[in-house]
Ligand binder design. Structure first.
Ligand SMILES: Nc1nc2c(ncn2[C@@H]2O[C@H](COP(=O)(O)OP(=O)(O)OP(=O)(O)O)[C@@H](O)[C@H]2O)c(=O)[nH]1
Ligand SMILES: [Mg+2]
Length: 293
């Protein structure tokens, strides 16, 4: 068995979480068109006859504006130290000040084998692909430079084969049918956050955190109480929407997906609370699970 840990890193919104889901053939990481969707390291376990690879999806590396942002960056950069191989994803050649050069410097410091993945080739003009490919190939830093479409699953198998080739023989870390080691409660809170991100605009989504307050599993019905935290009173009104329309939409979309995940009917009760500036409060970050325990 080839086994090991592979980190997936890159700027926000390049498709890291979409790639993780494509590899697993199952959705465990939330994805949206908004940058900074992922806030924790998300572990996905890929097992086949001859290998088990634990992929670690990380928050997009960006210029942090608050403690949460710093924590997210730290999480992504620290992942580099813990893995047997790294997938660095881009969706263009580096632009000035984009953060890619910062990540490249970090990559240069490590001996860990690195793969450069150019994502979104389904919508990338050939000349942009070529320019990006030539740039990264020219750095001589990567064991392979390749194009994929995580959304369409294109070349994901090739990427898996190459990742496998970088790993050593070793023991399996997890049972073969396990797809993630995150508890269901965590995935459920992420699904609710994803729907909130999808339904909300402007600055509201970035200030949202979800806490599961009760999770009672029955044979046919799971009852869940969750609280959506936001940073301002005015945001609470936006999340509720006129006549509670918005929160109902978020709740319905989340419930349908959670029912698919758990395989039971779900009763989901959502509350909205304000916790001012929680993204800069160490205590709140720790409470929401955004700091090391
Ligand atoms: N066209 C196209 N869109 C893609 C592809 N991969 C991802 N996307 C889209 O890009 C957006 C961001 O995808 P995510 O997977 O959330 O990106 P991420 O890198 O995890 O983002 P953060 O968690 O914010 O760092 C979503 O709207 C995806 O549907 C792709 O191969 N092709
Ligand atoms: Mg993500």
């Amino acid at each position: 068995m080839k086994t090991g840990f592979v980190g997936i890193i890159g700027r926000p919104n390049v498709g890291k979480s979409t790639l993780l889901n494509a590899i697993l053939g199952e959705k465990i990481a939330i994805t949206t068109d908004k940058p900074q969707t992922t806030r924790n390291s998300i572990r996905g376990i890929y097992t086949c006859e001859d290998s088990q690879i634990v992929f670690i999806d990380t928050p997009g590396i960006h210029k942090p504006k608050n403690k949460l942002g710093s924590y997210m960056d730290e999480m992504a950069v620290n992942t580099l130290k813990e893995v047997d191989a790294v997938i660095f994803i881009v969706d263009s050649s580096p632009k000035d000040g984009s953060g890619d050069s910062y990540v490249l410097d970090k990559l240069k410091e490590t001996q860990t084998p690195k793969i450069l993945v150019i994502n979104k080739i389904d919508k990338m003009p050939p000349e942009v692909f070529k320019e990006t490919y030539d740039y990264y190939e020219g750095l001589g830093l990567f064991s392979k430079v390749m194009g994929i479409s995580a959304l369409e699953g294109k070349n994901v198998d090739d990427l898996l084969e190459h990742a496998k080739s970088l790993l050593e023989e070793g023991p399996m870390y997890f049972p073969p049918d396990m797809v993630t080691d995150h508890p269901e409660r965590f995935i459920v809170s992420e699904i609710i956050r994803e729907k909130a991100l999808l339904y909300l605009r402007d600055e509201v989504p970035h200030g949202i955190a979800v806490e599961i307050e009760a999770f009672r599993e029955g044979k046919d019905l799971t009852s869940i109480n969750a609280c959506i935290y936001c940073e301002k009173k005015s945001h609470k009104g936006i999340i509720l929407g006129s006549g509670g329309k918005k929160i109902k939409g978020i709740g319905r979309a989340a419930r349908l997906e959670i029912e698919g995940l758990l395989g039971t009917k779900v009763y989901l009760e959502l509350w909205v609370k304000v916790k001012e500036n929680w993204r800069d409060s160490g205590a709140a970050l720790s409470n929401f699970g955004y700091t090391e325990k």
